[in-house]
Design a protein around this ligand. Structure first.
Ligand SMILES: [Fe+2]
Length: 306
């Protein structure tokens, strides 16, 4: 089992960003969906570090975790995620309410994906996947800013898509061939339509594009009356078995103030199940001034490179 690379912002970037935060009214502008305009000219060193993050995740690594900038409040740390995301590209809408940043936390212990809930609203561990499934558009970066680690569990599981492709090419070419054919997908949480796309496709330069979230895809096949073939189910079973193997996995538990960044179409991720404490509060109550231990909470953003 491997660990992901940790990235530390330079001293100049940290002090410059902290000074910039002081000029913003962060304690009032609490809603991540009300984006503040970032004045890039005020944070040149931070911007330079963002470009380093971009080149690492676009290189062989595919994902990293940025270390906490010490001395920031929870709200200032959240703003760091939005700033990093916005400097990387255009934050995309993630639901039918037009939100470009979404808080991932368990809404209700009794709610499950089997009952139709979206993954980010449950405490379940889940299949290893890309987030890039709700739209035919291939976007670029996935960010999770950790607001609270929660009570127990909730490790992130990460698989480098290049390692996975190498394994498929070397040992399972028949599986790869099936995964390169079209499957049906739904736009759960965004709108009702479906579309067709392979699980593995390629850019003109031959580099891979992964699209995988089995429960959503199986649901789309059922809805459209096109049950998966025995060969397709075999290929998916092989793919999921590879994704579950420790040989291909890195694991990390992100801590408050750390930000996970990945190139979503060339990496896959999952999480182990978790539980919040009995007497915890959610992010909405926290923002409204309620005191208490926060549920496990991550701010998620999907970014299209400009
Ligand atoms: Fe995800």
């Amino acid at each position: 089992m491997k660990s992901p690379l940790y990235f530390e912002f330079s001293s100049d970037a940290k002090s410059e960003f902290k000074n910039y935060l002081k000029t913003l009214n962060i304690e009032v502008n609490k809603d991540p969906n009300v984006f503040l305009t970032i004045d890039e000219t005020k944070i040149p060193s931070f911007k330079k570090d963002v470009e380093k993050v971009r080149s690492i995740v676009e290189g062989d690594e595919k994902f990293l975790v940025t270390k906490k900038i010490e001395g920031l409040t929870i709200l200032e740390a959240r703003y760091t995620t939005w700033a990093l995301a916005t400097l990387l590209g255009e934050p995309l809408i993630q639901n039918d309410q037009g939100h470009r940043a979404i808080s991932i936390y368990d809404r209700d212990r009794s709610n499950t994906m089997a009952k139709g809930a979206r993954y980010h609203q449950t405490r379940e561990g889940g299949s290893i996947h890309t987030d890039n499934v709700n739209t035919p558009l291939v976007w670029d970066y996935l960010l999770f800013g950790c607001v609270s680690e929660g009570h127990v569990g909730g490790e992130n599981i990460l698989v480098n898509g290049l390692d996975l492709l190498k394994e498929l090419r070397t040992n399972f070419p028949d599986v790869l061939n099936i995964l390169e054919q079209p499957f049906t997908w739904e736009c759960r949480g965004v709108h009702d339509s479906t579309y067709e796309a392979p699980i593995i496709s390629y850019k003109p330069d031959g580099s891979p594009i992964f699209r995988h979230l089995r429960p959503y895809m199986e649901s789309a096949h059922n809805k459209t009356g096109k049950p998966l073939s025995v060969e397709q189910i075999y290929a998916l079973d092989c793919l999921d078995s590879l994704l579950e193997s420790s040989k291909l996995q890195s694991r990390v538990k992100v801590k408050q103030g750390e930000i996970f960044v990945s190139l979503d179409y060339q990496s896959l991720h999952g999480r182990t199940c978790f539980s919040d404490a009995l007497d915890c509060i959610n992010i909405v109550d926290f923002l409204n001034g309620k005191q208490g231990k926060l549920k496990r909470t991550l701010d998620r953003m999907w970014i299209l490179k400009k």
